[in-house]
Design a protein around this ligand. Sequence first.
Ligand code: SF4
Ligand code: SF4
Length: 194
Amino acid sequence: MRRPAGKRAKPTAARHGAASRTGAAGLRGLAPELLVELYVTMRRIRRAEETIAALYPEIFKCVGCGTCTRSCPMDIDVMAYVSKAIQGDITSLAENSFDCVMCGLCSARCPAEEVQYNIAILGRRLYARHLVPKAQHVAKAVENIEKSLWDKSLKGLKKMSQDELKKVYKALEIEPDIADEFWVPKDKTYVQED
Ligand code: SF4
Ligand code: SF4
């Protein structure tokens, strides 16, 4: 029998029970701190999805005509990233729109009056804010600044003349193009190691 228009199917006890059991079984073995982390991550993802829908509700008017994709000089599948925005898949939206130069050609020809490049840049900002794992080395560097571990070097630099500063700068060892993640310069004057 067909469902009346506008009415959503209620989950049956069997369906609801099966889904809950599957989810619970998957989570049962996790340590409490991992469960908390998972919960916080899911809240952040949800918030990111809601932000796009709230600021650009017109994304839901996309008719899938593909004009934006055909217009893009950067060969980006614009319709695909708009579709990812609609699905709330922030990671794919950010990755698929990365080459956008914000020329606006996609938007100029869109029959649904979308502003695709703004949706894309919002997606990339939300991705950076909520989804990219925190850079541990930056957190450590901030911690070291707060502990005043750099004060001595900084005081020395502040006492130097402009010419002396230029000399120090030119003498700095430059990180090679291909260096492993543990690379540090030989002179450790301005490097705080763990
Ligand atoms: S041009 Fe507009 S309506 Fe057409 S696919 Fe692109 S975003 Fe959707
Ligand atoms: S604004 Fe970005 S996505 Fe749109 S056509 Fe230009 S480069 Fe392509």
